[in-house]
Ligand binder design. Structure first.
Ligand code: HEM
Length: 554
């Protein structure tokens, strides 16, 4: 049975008492030793003094703040824990203390960590917390834009108002209604070309499924975003540089000597920025009609903030990344889980056939399809293919290691909508909300929370109570006003692609023993470990479906 809050607080207190007693106990020992060795006395004295200082410089803590979780090693223990275990450190703390929210002292600073889904959602909806502060700190370091550019965008230059509200509107408009439909149909058209290019007899040899999907998603999404004619990512070298940057950007957060300490990411970023610069200076976003609303509206808005083209090129490296990174890993895991379970694949296939052909699916099951054109209706597949959609949600649940971050703007009280318990959060403190802890909480997901269960999101089978509980604990897209606006796009493109793959293709050779999820370093969606991406596979057209031409309607 998990410990209660009272047990946990008692455990924390007893741990602290033991620590202080140990330090106090050292003093007579040092004194005794001093009789024989002055050097030992000196060293011991320094140790005791340092330990005393370490135990007393912790930040003030109000009892109405979230419970204090002192590190096992004073002062810097949590920092070491985070550096050492990254996102998993939050999971370890949750396993140890089972708290809904905690205060972690780090040096003389503190950090709040929210482990509980309803509390996370309450925090994401709070007007007294924002995400901007992180932009100020990290965007110049990660993307190399000037501090002045960020000041303009956040309205700190005394000339411009903050861009945030208008940008949220651009995101919402760009990823809904007609704009979403156009973006999804252009993306899926490139995917259809790739499926149609698969050799009818030999298939397509894929040495690494993850990299193959990375290329497919980058090519199709970038073309849909930036337009067909002047897509800066047309050259595959630029796509490779984008992922090289993504993979190696970690040391850029230190913010000094990037060309030395983060050389690989720095050079890759430079290559992507050099490809974006001519796009902005030639104003293709305005003149090329195939440019997406997303890029056109966002660029026009940024231009109202007087961003020169080189700053535009730096800042906009983020766009293709945000539109593909999380999709890539979740799509990969979903394919890996389905295509390594023959029974599940059969069920997904039957469901997709029914969604595409209606009642006539039985007639098609063994028929030679000749050179027919088959259109996958991408819109509405979520409802028509509940098993496939459940598998996709389950892949997102397990792969999502996102840590959503906010900063408290002024002292505020956060109330857990379920337990009714309130916590005081102090101004200027950072708040971290790890999705992995919520997504693997056995109290919500059951004893098999660490396992892939294809039917975990089959609402009709589970009933409304479980549906409500699980929906509340499914938080991969963040929440509040910054909730991922691309989630509908992600569902549309992924379900449609997988439906086509299930109906018309086999993925031969996908090897379960060569698949392993890695731990996310920066709180992104988890990738497979290098060398454990499922091995070499062949994407083959199914017998009788060799001549089919694929297309998608949205
Ligand atoms: C499975 C796929 C995806 C996952 C798990 C995901 C997750 C997230 C998360 C956690 C956030 C931050 C929310 C917050 O701070 O509260 C976010 C923001 C965002 N996502 Fe996604 N995302 C996905 C796909 C996409 C796609 C396909 C697009 C675009 C085509 C996209 C565009 C964005 C944008 C523009 C934001 C920033 C929103 C803002 O700051 O207002 N995402 N996403």
């Amino acid at each position: 049975m998990p410990p209660t809050m009272a047990d946990t607080v008692a455990e924390i207190e007893s741990f602290l008492d033991t620590g202080i007693a140990a330090i106090k106990g050292l003093i007579p020992v040092i004194w005794v030793q001093s009789k024989t060795s002055p050097v030992q006395f000196l060293v011991g004295g320094i140790v005791a003094l340092l330990s005393y200082l370490l135990l007393t410089i912790s930040p003030p803590h109000d009892p109405s703040e979230p419970p204090l979780v002192k590190p096992r090693f004073p002062v810097i223990g949590h920092l070491f824990g985070l550096l050492n275990h990254q996102v998993n450190y939050f999971s370890e703390l949750f396993k140890r203390y089972h708290l809904p929210i905690a205060t972690l002292p780090i040096g003389n600073q503190k950090l709040y960590v929210i482990f509980d889904a309803p509390l996370q959602q309450a925090a994401l909806k709070s007007k007294d917390m924002d995400a901007q502060s992180f932009m100020v700190d990290f965007i110049p370091r990660i993307f190399g834009v000037k501090q002045g550019t960020i000041d303009k965008l956040l309205g700190k230059d005394g000339v411009h108002p903050s861009i945030m509200g208008d940008m949220e509107q651009v995101f919402k408009a760009a990823l809904s209604g007609d704009n979403l439909q156009k973006l999804a149909s252009t993306t899926l058209a490139t995917m259809a070309d790739t499926l149609n290019d698969v050799d009818a007899r030999k298939g397509t040899k894929i040495p690494n499924m993850f990299l193959w999907l990375q290329s497919l998603l980058s090519r199709s999404t970038s073309k849909a975003l930036w337009g067909e004619n002047h897509n800066p990512f047309k050259d595959h070298g630029v796509i490779d540089a984008l992922w090289d940057f993504e993979h190696n950007m970690g040391p850029l957060v230190f913010g000094f000597l990037p060309s030395i300490i983060a050389r690989r990411a720095y050079l890759a970023r430079k290559k992507v920025q050099s490809a974006l610069f001519p796009y902005f200076s030639a104003r293709h976003y305005d003149t090329d009609p195939s440019t997406s609303y997303f890029i056109r509206a966002r660029t026009r808005l940024l231009k109202r903030y007087d961003l020169p083209d080189d700053e535009m090129a730096k800042n906009e490296v983020a766009i293709t990344l945000v539109s593909t990174t999380n999709v890539l890993s979740t799509l990969f895991w979903c394919i890996a889980e389905i295509w390594t379970r023959p029974d599940l694949l059969q069920q997904v296939r039957a469901e997709a056939l029914l969604a595409v052909f209606g009642d006539s699916q039985k007639a098609f099951a063994d028929e030679d399809m000749g050179t027919r054109t088959i259109t996958i209706p991408a819109a509405g597949l979520d409802a028509k293919c509940p098993l496939l959609a459940s598998c996709f949600r389950e892949s997102i649940r397990l792969a999502s290691q996102i840590v959503t971050a906010r900063r408290v703007l002024k002292d505020t009280t956060l109330t857990d909508p379920v337990s009714g318990r309130s916590y005081l959060l102090k101004a200027d403190t950072n708040v971290m909300m790890p999705a992995k802890v919520v997504h693997r909480n056995t109290a919500v997901w059951g004893a098999d929370a660490e396992e892939f269960n294809p039917r975990r999101f089959m609402w009709e089978e589970l009933g409304p109570k479980v549906e409500r509980q699980r929906k509340a604990a499914f938080v991969p897209f963040g929440g509040g006003k910054h909730m991922c606006p691309g989630r509908h796009f992600a569902f549309t493109e992924n379900l449609a692609l997988m439906a086509a793959l299930a109906i018309g293709f086999e993925i031969e050779g996908l090897n379960k023993s060569k698949l392993k999820m890695g731990d996310s370093k920066r709180g992104e969606t988890a990738k497979p470990l290098p060398g454990l991406e499922g091995g070499q596979v062949v994407l083959k057209k199914r017998e009788g479906w060799e001549g089919v031409k694929w297309e998608f309607s949205v």
